[in-house]
Write a protein that binds this ligand. Sequence first.
Ligand code: PLP
Length: 262
Amino acid sequence: LEVDKIKKWHPQCRLLLRIKAPSDSGSLRPLGKKFGALPEEIESLLHYACNVAGLKVVGVSFHVGSIAQDPTIYREAIANARAVFDVADYLGIPKMQILNIGGGFRSTPLFEEIASVVNEAVQDFFPDPNLKIIAEPGRFFPETAFTLVTHVIGKRVRGEKIEYWIDEGIYGSFRPTLYNSCFVGIKTISMKESCEIGESTIYGPSCDSLDAVAVDIKLPELELDDLIVFYDMGAYSKCAGTKFNGFDMLSTPTYIVSTNST
Ligand SMILES: Cc1ncc(COP(=O)(O)O)c(C=O)c1O
């Protein structure tokens, strides 16, 4: 179906065939369920797109899932891409020239590890120096650039446990909490110094009881109007927010702080 649509609306475009990443367990937010051809689908897809529809398939792309945690997943994906190039050669399709290694990267020390796994795999599986390699880094750039400051707007103490309500939740910047990739760092700023560390749950403001930002985490005791600060909130946060329950994400101000390095 997709090939027919492309043939109809954009017959001159150059296509990359997206393959399913080898293992969904290597990332916190897998993308392979919805996208990517399976190995057994490659030959017929390529044949149909190139030989029947007359489209130009010039390479392969994959996305191992956001927040890749196991660098070897890139090696496996690159090996699978090689297999697709080989099928294309076997079918007599004009030589493919592009390998798109997708995203999944974070600006952490793991990035260096992933880079060396990718470099080695490219050398092993794609010795052709004319191959063009591209990537689609997403969260890598904005993630560490933004910090989210929230206010404590409600508090309830039940036995040993303390529950807080803050003015942001899963219908706002914490949407990724729904699929695992939560915030990485948290700090509290309180008017009153408290050395009591208690088991705490943080809820968002909406009526939905799913709207929990963090459950049973250790926090110093807070009071109304204290601040809870979440680091590295620049990716898939505010942009995925909604107006659910009348809490309009667009009305939350974003402050840009810059320093002059001269
Ligand atoms: C096709 C595609 N490319 C790139 C990205 C960016 O991914 P990431 O933020 O994990 O680097 C995404 C994210 O969903 C995507 O779907």
